[in-house]
Design a protein around this ligand. Structure first.
Ligand SMILES: [Zn+2]
Length: 153
């Protein structure tokens, strides 16, 4: 049975046909629950109720270097949020270069994390070996800066 959708575009109708053809010919696990959608005629997973769609994917894409690059930036951003919260509650500490060191590191890393996230497509377009170099720089610079902050009096 073919369901008519008079208001949808020609492309949307054709995509619906291609989706039906794809699940007729392939074992296709639901992206949410893993249920095999093979031979289904609708657009909703009968197991979890999520709508499924035909999309272009990148099966070879690797996100490890991006995550490794972002992780220390987000950790230092979290430390910044903690420091701001503690300062708001208890005031600025009487002494401690560590305070200013972590404050500056947190601000720099929060800005860098937002910038990198917004530029993630450009980052992922680079050769993976180059992405790994940037991840190594992010991890080692932040590790060294964190140790400096702990040692600062
Ligand atoms: Zn499902």
């Amino acid at each position: 049975m073919v369901i008519e959708f008079p208001e949808e575009s020609a492309a949307a109708g054709r995509n619906r046909e291609l989706l039906a053809e794809f699940v007729r010919l392939n074992d296709a696990p639901c992206a949410v629950c893993g249920y095999n959608l093979r031979n289904l005629t609708g657009e909703v997973c009968p197991e979890c109720g999520q709508r499924f769609a035909l999309k272009v994917g990148a099966p070879e894409a690797r996100f490890g270097a991006l995550v490794a690059c972002l992780a220390p930036m987000l950790m230092m951003s979290g430390l910044l949020a903690f420091i701001i919260g503690m300062t708001a509650r208890y005031g600025r500490p009487a002494s401690g270069a560590w305070y200013w060191t972590f404050l500056v590191q947190g601000i720099v890393n929060a800005i860098a994390a937002v910038w990198l996230y917004r530029r993630r497509r450009a980052f992922l377009s680079m050769a993976y070996e180059r992405q790994e170099v940037y991840a190594g720089i992010s991890v080692s610079v932040n590790s060294a800066a964190f140790v400096l902050g702990i040692l600062a009096r």
